[in-house]
Design a binder for this molecule. Structure first.
Ligand code: GLP
Length: 246
């Protein structure tokens, strides 16, 4: 079993710096690291910090591989509201990750077969080096909506109404699609390292449930308590209300 470390930081700005330190350490040790890249608002400061370090020449990111975490179904490939579009603008482009180093989720055809082949392909590469994850208000990781068990694989999912509502603010005011593809819990939990970034008072209840509550499919992020690799949770004071851990 791996380790779980909770690091409480002052605010979203410090969260970005602390997260970037950790990601930079992984890349320094493994320049060709395969890294799962979450979208969502929380890791944006982290990605901006990585990009700033790259620009100033202290970080080299061009040899890493980026693995897509989740994506809506039914969008045109160039729809800028897609999670890939967001990942491209916030991570791939600023960090100079070329297209041939991006591992994208399957989105059409026989999805069940394509997802199984995708997982076999990932497993053949060896363990993922790092997963950068955010926390859904309902405890999801990626789009592993409750209930999702620890062994769930990459698959098509129906999004809950709470997730659709939460993500509408990132969707140009419209309603995001109700179906998506997500990397499975099994793939995420077997990463060598995981960094979960959590910010803001709206995550207070769920972050405690995930880290201190019972482990089970009702809160998929609770499986981080049993992940095989090293899990670091970076949480700001607004989310970790009484600051018990440090
Ligand atoms: C979305 C994404 C997740 C993300 C989560 C948290 O539903 N599918 O990958 O981590 O929400 O987003 P935010 O960081 O904006 O709170």
């Amino acid at each position: 079993m791996g380790s779980l470390r909770i690091r409480v930081v002052e605010d979203a700005h410090e969260l970005g710096r602390a997260g970037a330190d950790l990601v930079a350490e992984v890349i320094a040790a493994a320049p060709t690291a395969a890294i799962v890249v979450a979208t969502g608002r929380t890791p944006m400061g982290l990605y901006a910090e990585l990009a700033a370090r790259r620009r100033s020449g202290v970080l080299e990111t061009k040899a890493i591989s980026a693995v897509q975490l989740d994506e809506y179904l039914g969008l045109e490939p160039d729809d800028r509201r897609s999670l890939f579009g967001w990942m491209h603008r916030s991570f791939l482009e600023p960090l100079g990750v070329r297209d041939d180093r991006v591992i994208r989720l399957p989105l059409d055809g026989d999805l069940e077969g394509a997802c199984a082949a995708f997982d076999r392909g990932l497993e053949a590469r060896g363990a993922l080096d790092l997963a950068i994850l955010g926390l859904g208000r309902n405890g999801h990781l990626g789009f592993n909506e409750p209930p999702s068990d620890a062994g769930s694989s990459t698959r098509r999912v129906e999004l809950s109404s709470s997730t659709i509502e939460a993500n509408a603010r990132y969707y140009d005011g419209g309603r995001p699609p109700a179906t998506a593809v997500t990397l499975g819990m099994r793939q995420l939990l077997s990463a060598r390292a995981i960094v979960l970034v959590v910010s803001g008072s709206s995550k207070r209840t769920i972050v405690r449930r995930a880290l201190e509550g019972p482990v089970g499919p009702a809160v998929p992020a609770s499986f981080l308590q049993q992940a095989g690799g090293d899990v670091t949770v970076i949480v700001d004071r607004a989310a970790w209300a009484d600051g018990r851990a440090s």
